[in-house]
Design a protein around this ligand. Sequence first.
Ligand code: FPP
Length: 252
Amino acid sequence: MIEKYKVKQCKNVAVIMDGNGRWAQERARNRVWGHVRGSRIVSDIVQSADDLGVESLTLYAFSTENWCRPQFEIKTLFKLLKKFLIKERPRIIKNKIKFRVIGDWAKLPKDTREIISELQEDTKDFSGLKLTFAFGYGGRAEIVESVKKMVDSGMEITEENISNSLYAPDISDIDLLIRTGGDQRISNFLLWQCAYAELYFTETKWPSFTREEFEAIIYQVENRERRFGSVMSMESLESSKKLAEVNSQIFS
Ligand code: FPP
């Protein structure tokens, strides 16, 4: 059997699932139909990420700005989230996926909040893929809350402390941010964590996005050279660090 490719660079992936409304309108359907069809793709992408050995997958399901949408659309998104969680719970547990929701999800219906809390609790010690839904999420709000926490507890304002006070500190630095739907923006998503992210924008609208396209994007970005502000790739940076260590041991 051919062993499945496992990611080396793209361990921490985030996706802005955009284009649902336009996808539906192009088909002369109500915008919410796009969300319904879009929600069907989510489990395929989660499965693909898990198979590829991605360590963390964060999906933008509802932004702070989305609260301005019509009530019917908001309620549909709530329902789709609930449906997804009920349907996918057995697979999440079986595959040892650590599930979380980040953002302000206090306005979700009580039963959905209970389902989320229960799933978070039941999977909190799992060591598999970290699957995070950003719901009622805004990147600026997350940074502000993080800094407030630090001020309240008298912590020094450092980059490390800000990172450690975010909603889910273990999400850490995003390696690859994908946005579907053709727009080339970050839209207040994981602003702190995307500082060095590779960005990939595809014209494909989310309901037409496939596991195959997701994998093709990952393979492509795996081959990009990431220099993190240096003139060398991470690999050569590591080997030059090792060389410096050896030199200092020899010459000390
Ligand atoms: C943006 O499309 C998408 C959203 C606001 C919601 C994303 C939600 C899903 C993919 C379904 C939810 C499913 C789960 C499992 C949580 P848009 O409506 O802004 O599209 P447009 O840019 O074409 O208007």
